[in-house]
Ligand binder design. Structure first.
Ligand code: NAP
Ligand code: GCO
Length: 255
């Protein structure tokens, strides 16, 4: 089978929250497959540093620093991208945060912060980008879900609710946009050692739990998500829609 199916040459990919962590390595993988990548995060310096790193590695890359919870900032950025770059062919809704505490202690502000970032932003970004994809009768949207799209664990109620929402929003987007040749799918990472999870990695008991609970016996490496991202961003997945692809070392397959 030709690798041309996975070739992203000539495509433009916006990856939200790609200044570090999972989003960074997804952007890196899409660039390596030929896409021009647009890096995002709230911190301008971090975005600029990532742009430089990816550019030094040969990527065609630009940075757009904005807060995905700010509708006006989203609209301004998407307008600028339209004017400066052109159409977004691939949108990866990756930006996300985690807040850990017993649900009875969760202030409404914390609930709102998590849901705004992890769920509402996915809606806001996709709604505007999809309008343009519908006009062009073509597009790829990848929403970053989680093991918590399927399972719960104590102390991460807002996050779990947000990720369950992202899974179902992915299916809702499929229901409305597949007819316009837009493929909307999710990637569900297992446990990966990023800034989001530093506290977990450093917790000996939790670290041991992850390694024992994961059939692969280890945490995932963020570069191991690149293949799933390139697949769902490419022609190789043109008849895949509403699917959540778990990259979790087998964790969801076993009790
Ligand atoms: P991370 O290392 O903390 O990176 C989060 C990224 O999102 C950063 O680039 C951050 O940059 C950006 N971000 C946060 N809030 C933002 C906002 N309001 N607007 C724009 N950018 C924002 O986290 P990660 O582990 O890579 O997680 C990335 C995604 O994967 C999240 O959706 C997370 O839920 C999901 N996920 C992670 C794991 C895991 O094990 N790590 C597993 C499953 C799913 P700034 O802070 O500078 O804005
Ligand atoms: C946690 C972690 C998880 C992972 C990821 C698993 O506190 O349990 O943050 O939520 O980040 O979402 O798929």
């Amino acid at each position: 089978m030709s690798t041309a199916l996975f070739d992203l040459t000539g495509r433009t990919a916006l990856v939200t929250g790609s200044s570090r962590g999972i989003g960074h390595d997804i952007a890196k993988a899409l660039a390596a497959a030929g896409a021009r990548v647009l890096v995002n995060g709230r911190n301008e310096a971090a975005v600029a540093a990532t742009v430089e790193t990816l550019r030094a590695a040969g990527a065609r890359v630009r940075g757009y620093a904005f807060d995905v919870t700010d509708e006006a900032a989203i609209n301004a950025a998407l307008t600028a991208i339209d004017a400066e770059i052109g159409p977004i062919d691939i949108l990866v809704n990756n930006a996300g945060i985690q807040r850990r505490m017993p649900m009875t202690d969760v202030p409404l502000e914390t609930w709102a912060e998590v849901l705004d970032t992890n769920l509402t932003a996915v809606f806001l970004m996709a709604r505007t980008v999809a309008r343009r994809m519908i006009e062009r009768k073509s597009g790829k949207i990848i929403n970053i879900c989680s093991l918590m799209s399927e399972l719960g664990r104590p102390t991460i109620g807002p996050y779990t609710a947000s990720k369950g929402g992202v899974k179902m929003l992915t299916k809702a987007m499929c229901a409305e946009w597949a007819r316009h040749n837009i493929q909307v799918n999710g990637i569900g990472p297992g446990y990966f050692a990023t800034d989001m999870n530093t506290a977990l990695v450093e917790d000996e008991a939790f670290n041991a739990w992850v390694c024992n609970r994961t059939p692969a016996g280890r945490w995932g490496r963020t570069e191991e998500l690149g293949g799933a991202a390139v697949f769902l961003a490419s022609a190789a997945s043109d008849f895949v829609n509403g699917h959540i692809l778990y990259v979790d070392g087998g964790m969801l397959a076993v009790v």
